[in-house]
Design a protein around this ligand. Structure first.
Ligand SMILES: Nc1ncnc2c1ncn2[C@@H]1O[C@H](COP(=O)(O)OP(=O)(O)OP(=O)(O)O)[C@@H](O)[C@H]1O
Length: 226
């Protein structure tokens, strides 16, 4: 964050806030997790395999309820929001990009984007498709696309609905380094242009370091690295 952004952070409430999150399965996974995401800000979470990064992202994105603590969106705890409204937030405000992308395989790339267009009343941004390097494959069936092209199509679909917060779990996992950087550029541009925020889970330290803030999930707690 620049000086100007820091000033802004002081007067603008966070887009999303995690307060004292504690989660366990058969054993304690993490505790005392606090973080705040502001508009135009990107946060990376790194950590060894099994440290609980995906679980934390599931909690932050409302898909999983923590054992203790709360996630606050627009000044309200997610757990005080009625189910119907929570579904609306998930559909409209949260853009969730996971490793396994849920594209409709019997349909073309274009038809997959039409679905996002219909659900959100937003137009598909052709520049976005060019930036992601998939503008030329729109007529092809999803099954004919490479894994990396499918991944980028699923990112385009999520961005088309213009979410306020992008939650991305290894969004560049199938991509070579240059393409991964291109996808990250697109995500960074998106959050700046749309005053949105990004929370990224990744194994790639280089990609993480491109974010404004970097945390490591280690010894069951979030350590701030940047
Ligand atoms: N629903 C569940 N029930 C029980 N244990 C679970 C569940 N989900 C995850 N775990 C366990 O919690 C631990 C953390 O998993 P998680 O996927 O959050 O880690 P991660 O840091 O994202 O790992 P990776 O980098 O390998 O994807 C793992 O030991 C996993 O087996």
């Amino acid at each position: 964050m620049g000086v100007q952004d820091n000033k802004e952070a002081l007067i603008t409430p966070p887009l999303l806030e995690a307060k004292k999150l504690f989660h366990k399965f058969d054993y304690e996974l993490f505790k005392n997790i606090n973080l705040a995401l502001y508009k135009k800000q990107s946060i990376a979470i790194i950590g060894t395999s099994g440290s609980g990064k995906s679980t934390l992202l599931n909690i932050l994105s409302s898909l999983l309820k923590p054992f203790e603590g709360e996630v606050v969106f627009e000044n309200k705890s997610l757990y005080d929001i009625k189910q119907k409204n929570l579904l609306k937030i998930r559909r409209e405000d949260f853009g969730i990009i996971f490793q396994a992308h849920y594209l409709f395989r019997g349909f073309s790339a274009n038809e997959n984007l039409d679905i996002a267009k219909l659900l959100s009343n937003e137009e598909v941004d052709t520049k976005l498709l060019q930036d992601l390097g998939i503008a030329h494959v729109l007529k092809q069936g999803v099954g004919e696309l490479s894994g990396g092209q499918q991944q980028r199509l699923s990112i385009a679909r999520v961005l088309t609905k213009k979410p306020q917060i992008i939650f991305a779990d290894e969004p560049t996992g199938n991509l070579d380094k240059d393409t991964a950087n291109m996808v990250m550029d697109t995500l960074f541009n998106y959050i700046k242009e749309n005053e949105a925020g990004l929370i990224l889970v990744t194994h790639e330290n280089d990609l993480a370091m491109r974010c404004d803030k970097v945390y490591k999930l280690e010894d069951k707690e979030l350590q701030e690295l940047k």
